[in-house]
Design a protein around this ligand. Structure first.
Ligand code: PEP
Length: 226
């Protein structure tokens, strides 16, 4: 079971150190911390597995504001999220650029958490499978790649997918791509156990609820089957 904490644009190096000094997850759960770029070094120093929140496809070049896979490797970072819906919605990320980022990261030896998921409008229009087929279809087949199913309508909204809705989408994704599938979208300590007990839910990508050490610890505990 894998629990990944997406800290988005929260926690500088000081808060990162304070959090990770206190954070003691239970045995039996793999935890990945995904801080902002400026906190990666502090997180790596803690000895935890650390992923970035994005990575560029080029080795180097005139790409202001971007960071390459080699730069992450040099820092001791072990992987990266790609294609997060906030990147797709606010920074013009596409299926194609998501795939290019994933390929470059994997080629550099990094792990990848590739995010997919439909918007509320797409779900209501009955387009969920079509959207997932398109988003998953471009992703590389590689042991280092994990998919996160993050329905856009559930991210940061407090609206969690029901365990059945999540299970259905995860089973569909797994029929397209033979890999682990994490669920993301308003996972909290009180809904984590039920979501994580679904047969095709292999872990969670947690945003808001991963910012508090007790809350992330509780979600990690919920990942251990009783
Ligand atoms: C996320 O940002 O990947 C996420 C799932 O956010 P939240 O848990 O806050 O919905």
């Amino acid at each position: 079971m894998l629990i990944a904490a997406n800290w988005k644009m929260y926690k500088g190096p000081r808060e990162t150190r304070e959090f990770l000094d206190r954070f003691v997850p239970p045995d039996g759960v793999d935890v990945v911390i995904c801080p902002a770029y400026t906190s990666l070094h502090a997180a790596v120093e803690s000895g935890r597995t650390v992923y970035a929140q994005n990575v560029h496809w080029a080795e180097e070049g005139a790409f202001t504001g971007e960071v390459s896979a080699a730069m992450l490797v040099e820092l001791g970072v072990q992987g990266s999220i790609v294609g997060h819906s906030e990147r797709r919605q606010n920074f013009a990320e596409t299926d194609e650029t998501t795939a290019r980022r994933a390929e470059a990261a994997l080629a550099a030896g990094l792990g990848v958490i590739a995010c997919v998921g439909e918007t509320e409008q797409e779900r209501e229009a009955g387009e969920t499978e079509e959207v997932l087929r398109r988003q998953v279809g471009v992703l590389p087949r590689d042991d280092g790649l994990v998919i996160a199913y993050e329905p856009v309508w559930a991210i940061g909204t407090g609206k969690t997918a029901t365990p059945n809705v999540a299970q259905e989408a995860h089973a569909f994704i797994r029929s397209l791509h033979d890999t682990e599938v994490l669920y993301g979208g308003s996972v909290k300590p009180d809904n984590a156990a039920e979501l994580l007990s679904q047969p095709d839910v292999d872990g969670a990508l947690v945003g808001g609820a991963s910012l508090d050490v007790d809350s992330l610890t509780a979600i990690c505990r919920a990942a251990i089957p009783s």
